[in-house]
Design a protein around this ligand. Sequence first.
Ligand SMILES: Cc1cc2nc3c(=O)[nH]c(=O)nc-3n(C[C@H](O)[C@H](O)[C@H](O)COP(=O)(O)OP(=O)(O)OC[C@H]3O[C@@H](n4cnc5c(N)ncnc54)[C@H](O)[C@@H]3O)c2cc1C
Ligand code: FES
Length: 341
Amino acid sequence: MSYKVALNFEDGVTRFINCNETDTVADASYRAGINIPLDCRDGACGACKLFCESGSFDGGSYIEDALSDDEAKEGYALACQMKPKTDLVLRVLAPASACKTAITTTKAVVTGVELLSPSTIGLNVTLANPLAFLPGQYVNIAVPGAGGQVRAYSFSSKPGDVAAGFLIRNIPNGLMSTWLTTQAKPGDELTLTGPSGSFFLREARRPLLLLAGGTGLAPMLSMLAEMAETAPGQPVHLIYGVTHDADLVEVEKIEAYGAKIAGFSWSACVASPESVYPNKGFVTQHIPDGALNGGDVDVYLCGPPPMVEAVRAHFQNIGVVPASFYYEKFAPTSAAPGKAA
Ligand SMILES: Cc1cc2nc3c(=O)[nH]c(=O)nc-3n(C[C@H](O)[C@H](O)[C@H](O)COP(=O)(O)OP(=O)(O)OC[C@H]3O[C@@H](n4cnc5c(N)ncnc54)[C@H](O)[C@@H]3O)c2cc1C
Ligand code: FES
């Protein structure tokens, strides 16, 4: 039996390899041309230590100096010893460049561009080949005719399909926004580089709280699409916040997940005082009682940098430290991307 193993590197690059149940992750990586850190290959030195984000495996045999019991309990493992029992997501403790691998480039063809609201563009593409990514991750898209300048966009669609979608904020005079709203048409070719990012759905071990601001909804839609197929087995609550009533998009799509994902609930809210939407204010004002589960909750947070900072400050003020807290800031592409905490 062969399993899919995602190797997520320190610099956010992700590569996928196939690994047989009888093979170690180290052997499968090297066969794929990815030189993850390795020394003794015998479970003695600890050079190949990595962190398992999702999935289960046989840890093999090794000495305490290479991997302590506490580290193993936390989720660390040795690549030269571990053999997969399921698909795995592994965090490699080195950048991709140090492992002689790099981000990949994929061509795509535009199939549709739609102004879903004055502030939000829906972009649909067909990928030249199905691109493996983790739900929540992003690609850099080169802006056509802009001398190689790229913008980062999170998939709003599920991994593995050649049909892919994005939700893009329409920024007045923005480079990509202007291209999309004035020139883009079906048949145009795009160059995508990735996938990248440490903001992705992990195995659900406790209730999930998803907080989205504006087009920060995109990665949440990708996660919901994945959960609709792989039943998370935990309650999932999404709160989607926007600035104006007109900014609310993809509401029917979210609503439909209510029937597809057991334990899924959601609400939306609008910040503008002029809003006629029933829920007014910010996402932090609409967290239901008990949704934080005394901190035993996995929080996924994505949106513009001020919204992400406001939510982080809110948790600090109310003294809640979520068991896992992953966030991504949709900063201008020239700024540093968000990270997992
Ligand atoms: C990891 C990552 C993932 C992202 N995923 C998405 C996504 O799925 N959907 C999405 O809409 N955006 C996403 N972004 C933001 C996106 O990459 C672009 O920055 C944004 O779409 C603006 O592109 P533009 O070319 O239209 O504007 P630009 O030409 O880049 O900018 C025009 C002006 O607007 C300002 N500006 C740019 N972006 C923002 C912003 N986000 N907030 C406030 N001011 C801004 C710039 O500073 C500049 O002054 C992501 C960013 C990162 C880092
Ligand atoms: S390479 Fe030495 S423990 Fe794996």
